[in-house]
Design a protein around this ligand. Structure first.
Ligand SMILES: Nc1nc2c(ncn2[C@@H]2O[C@H](COP(=O)(O)OP(=O)(O)OP(=O)(O)O)[C@@H](O)[C@H]2O)c(=O)[nH]1
Length: 217
């Protein structure tokens, strides 16, 4: 008889199943993403769009909101935490506690606001200072592409800036483009997972080296 679904089922046993079980135990599947950017660029619109697939137009601007959400990315179950920050006094939501908290950062500007784009350089520097490192997982998101007829930032220059940062870039519209919004969150999630894997491999190598150097008794 076939199709029992147990370990004795030859279709799912052995080497195919084992890597899956190993991955399940991993803590790589926990990802904290802080959404940063100037006031009004659409941080809440993007977060709500990702989590509910809806665009509601007006959002509560009085507080920061943290959302928890589980998604399946590349066959792995990811516990997502998304922090929709609130920009105060042009700090873009990048307060010390937020920067320490995040594993990865979505830097949002609006294609119709030059100022919101120019500030990204400073924002990235703040992240690297707070994290005391480089190559921290970041994605640059140009929102409000549906307003391209009054744009102040071209796609080319944003792409170049993202290349300078060494990070992915996407231009999209939270109001019209749910697929790209979801794609952007999945991309930053993958960046975080890769970063954690690289860090883990590095520490494994360091610890391995110490282990090898230990004198035998
Ligand atoms: N046309 C257009 N408007 C958008 C888009 N995304 C957001 N908005 C509008 O922009 C305004 C600000 O959006 P929010 O999501 O509240 O912006 P925010 O960055 O969270 O703002 P703060 O919480 O004040 O920092 C709202 O009126 C939204 O409806 C978009 O893709 N296209």
């Amino acid at each position: 008889m076939s199709g029992g679904g147990g370990l004795s089922d030859p279709t799912i046993s052995g080497p195919t199943l084992r890597p899956y079980l190993r991955r399940k135990k991993s803590s790589l599947g926990e990802t904290k993403i802080a959404v940063l950017g100037m006031e009004g660029v659409g941080k809440s619109a993007l977060s709500v769009r990702f989590l509910t697939k809806r665009f509601i137009g007006e959002y509560d601007q009085s507080s920061e909101t943290k959302y928890r959400h589980t998604v399946l990315i590349d066959g792995e179950s990811i516990n997502f935490e998304v922090l929709d920050t609130r920009s105060e006094n042009e700090d873009c939501g990048a307060r010390d506690d937020v920067l320490r908290w995040g594993d990865g950062f979505m830097l949002v500007y609006s294609v119709i606001s030059r100022k919101s784009f120019d500030i990204l350089q400073e924002l990235r520097q703040k992240i690297e200072d707070a994290k005391k490192g480089t190559n921290i997982p970041i994605i640059v998101v140009g929102n409000k592409s549906d307003m391209a007829h009054v744009r102040q930032v071209t796609k080319d220059e944003a792409q170049k800036q993202a290349s300078n940062f060494g990070c992915p870039f996407v231009e999209l519209s939270a109001s019209e483009d749910v697929t790209n919004v979801v794609g952007a969150f999945h991309t930053i999630c993958r960046e975080v997972i890769e970063f954690k894997r690289r860090s883990r491999t590095f520490f494994d190598r360091v610890l391995g080296a110490f282990g090898r150097d230990k004198p035998s008794s």
